[in-house]
Design a protein around this ligand. Structure first.
Ligand code: PMP
Length: 430
């Protein structure tokens, strides 16, 4: 494969942006390779600036559940574009996306749109603190909730990959109210609430973690989180930035059958444009400005193009309930294919999957939390990643990210992926 143009663009980018990128994981640093520059995407594929086409399992890190350049979304965007791009005033498109969510997700009585997942979580925590009059929050090791100061503590995603404990520039005084607990450890969270429950404003959690690779919550742990927060008048905030509208229309909360007080969204609700949102109980949400005292604002929040892409994406999902079964079936096919290869080549690896989120961990132990995820052989993942890339399969450039499937990942795409994986395993393990 020729990468001449990507190489030249990366060299130029290195002179312009720190590390040549606008978000760290794009640099491919964790897999010891230069990144490719993407020119366009269609369905399950992306094509780079040298004309190489890949089957895409990154999907912009989750949003593109309909595949790239979905014709209905693009048509709606082209139409919206004719009216102008931003007004900083209310538009009907905001009502349309908001009602799509409020009418279909039972835990969401009110919603506020922002521009990213980071913003959504940051504001939801401010709101939880204001509502409860308490300062402490609880998060879990290996869960990532964006890059706001108070949450860069044992975060997942790029932080886990690069082994940075939090980040320089985050004052201790800010993170001292952030308590980190072990994911899926019922006893620890019960003990914590016994000791400090009355000082805790909220628990924030990824219901299916995607930022230490895919690690689902146990059903029992989800129930425990709901119970301890209810018992102590704390709020339960589910970070469904990855899982919302992806694992089911109502997200992971419907799979676990728990009703959070607040939920954070991003990714799929923006259909590939920058959108974040948080929403939930009316009595909590009514504290938000301008009616309430909790401040939050955004020049581009509720941007009409972003609302249009989000609405038309969700509209397709809600009007075709079979989509989630189809995604599950295709991802299961991929999971089975990988498991067969792991056995055939006797590889120390394990696959975690929930719906259309999947990770292949290079460890033979079960992965259920940050500690077990960290045992993965990241060099081996790097080798696998590079092999797959050479064979036209674009995987997340880190062991600790989720692979995502879209409705365009049909049988042929899955078969081609498994064939490529077998060919890479042959070079690595024969
Ligand atoms: N929460 C979760 C669960 C995420 O996966 C991410 C991003 N991958 C974020 C929050 C932050 O979202 P953003 O990158 O849009 O700020």
């Amino acid at each position: 494969m020729n990468h001449e143009n990507s190489r030249a663009m990366y060299e130029r980018a290195l002179t312009l942006m720190p590390g040549g990128v606008n978000s760290p994981v794009r640099s491919f640093a964790a897999v010891d390779r230069d990144p490719v520059f993407i020119q366009h995407g269609k369905g399950a594929t992306v094509t780079d600036v040298d004309g190489n086409t890949y089957l895409d399992y990154v999907l912009s890190w989750g949003p593109m559940i309909l595949g790239h350049s979905d014709p209905d979304v693009i048509r709606a965007l082209e139409k919206a574009l004719q009216n102008g791009t931003s007004f900083g005033a209310p538009t009907e498109a905001e009502n349309m996306l908001a009602s799509m969510i409020v009418d279909n997700v039972s835990s969401i009585e009110r919603i506020r749109m922002v521009n990213s997942g980071t913003e959504a979580v940051m504001t939801a925590l401010r709101l939880a603190r204001a509502f409860t009059g308490r300062s402490k929050i609880v998060k879990f090791s290996g869960n990532y909730h964006g890059h706001s100061d108070g949450l860069l503590v044992e975060a997942g995603s790029g932080i886990l990959t690069q082994g940075i404990p939090g980040s320089p520039g985050v004052p201790e005084s800010i993170v001292e109210n952030t308590i980190t607990a072990r994911y899926n450890d019922d006893e620890m969270i019960r003990q914590l609430f016994k000791e400090q429950g009355n000082e805790i404003a909220a628990i924030i959690a990824e219901p299916v973690a995607g930022n230490m690779g895919v690690v689902p919550m146990t059903m029992e742990f989800a129930q425990t989180l709901r119970e301890v927060t209810e018992e102590h008048d704390s709020l339960l905030i589910l970070d469904e930035v990855m899982t919302g509208f992806r694992l089911a229309f109502e997200g992971a909360q419907c799979l676990y059958n728990i009703k959070p007080d607040l939920t954070c969204y991003s990714k799929v609700i923006g259909g590939g444009l920058p959108v974040g949102a948080f929403g939930g109980r009316f009595d909590v949400m009514k504290l938000m400005a301008p009616k309430g005292p909790v401040y939050q604002a955004g020049t581009l929040s509720g941007n009409p193009l972003a609302m249009t892409a989000g609405y038309h994406t969700l509209e397709k999902l809600v009007s075709n309930p079979n989509i989630y079964q189809q995604l599950d079936r295709q991802t299961m096919k991929l999971e089975r294919g990988l498991r067969t290869l792991i056995e055939k080549y006797n590889v120390s690896a394990t696959v975690n999957r929930v719906g259309s989120m999947l990770s292949l961990f290079f460890t033979d132990q079960p992965v259920s939390d940050y500690e077990s995820a960290s045992k993965s052989d990241t060099d081996m993942y790097g080798q696998f990643f590079r092999g797959m890339m050479e064979r036209g399969i674009y995987l997340p450039s880190s062991q600790f990210e989720s692979w995502f499937l879209s409705v365009c990942h049909d049988d042929q795409v899955i078969d081609q992926t498994i064939e490529a994986a077998e060919s890479v395993f042959e070079t690595m393990f024969k």
